[in-house]
Ligand binder design. Sequence first.
Ligand SMILES: [Zn+2]
Length: 373
Amino acid sequence: MTIESIPDLPEYSEASLDNAFALLERDARSEAAAAHLRLENDPDAWENFRLGWLGRKQGRLNQISSKWLKSAPPEARKSLGMRFNAFKAVLEALFASASGSGPSDAALAAEAIDITLPGTRRLTGAEHPITRTLNEIVSVFAALGYSVGVGPEVETDYYNFESMNFPPGHPARDTQDTLVVANQDRRQPRDRLLLRTHTSPVQMRTMESQPPPVRIVIPGKVHRNDAADATHSPIFHQVEGLCVDTNVTFSDLKGTLDHAMKALFGSSVKTRFFPSFFPFTEPSADVQISCIFCGGKGCRKCKQSGWIELLGCGMVDPAVFAFAAEKQPAYDPKKISGFAFGMGVERIAMMKYGISEIGQFYAGDMRFLGQFA
Ligand SMILES: [Zn+2]
């Protein structure tokens, strides 16, 4: 055995050191096993094993020490030394088990486990704040007898726009606002695919699949071609609602949303309704709630007005019922009426939890998410 039989260390990374010592240990263990088999015919088998590895002059351990340890750069010496000592303990244990003296103290210490150390804790999962808020909103309406409707995120132009009474040429149809699927020139315009810009298409899909009465809430992800900033994200979540029956009035809409806002933000919250416009409702309204931060006195969050605008709503436009009646004649706008509403989940979660950057929801930062566990 000469010093040339010890290979050069390619480098001093943890992985290559592990690999180098694993190879040495493999050699030592196979030689120990061979020595054990030879012992019957060769009484010196174990002594030769000991000299080959642990001998003071020619032992390979000694050679490793002079070839690897002494030439190692200072920063690698600690990790090299630790592995060297562990390997030495393995060799001593192999030899000791053969000679019947049991493992040395050093060998025992090398494989000891401190059972008083705390174990590795696995973090339990928790609901994402968006999921939690979404479920809260849905449960408020579930308690009022609403069921949950779902639909595809990749929608046709018909369900996303046409059947929701967005006339051709409506600015919302512009690709400036809507993300459309490429290379669909051969399809009819109403069949062209896009990423839904609201969860409203599920209103139409639900009405087509069942006659009135309908009471559903529609939670889901929607997409707009918006630049991301502190309060906008190209992907966000909405909850929409739809109620259709005979004799549904605007009073029902006001009562329902007033109850829902009190259930979400506390019983002292007040609501008020302002005229607005949406293509699929007539009349339409924006709903404001009294500022939950200042109680209506006026603060920075409500721009001193005491009110915060939170959702849109209105009575379902008869034109929308006419589209539904193509498949379900019971949606005759002369016989039934209904209301619809929609709210942004991120906006409500930001208010409830005092979050000022919408991007926090999607960054996956455990320091942020851990606060909701
Ligand atoms: Zn305020």
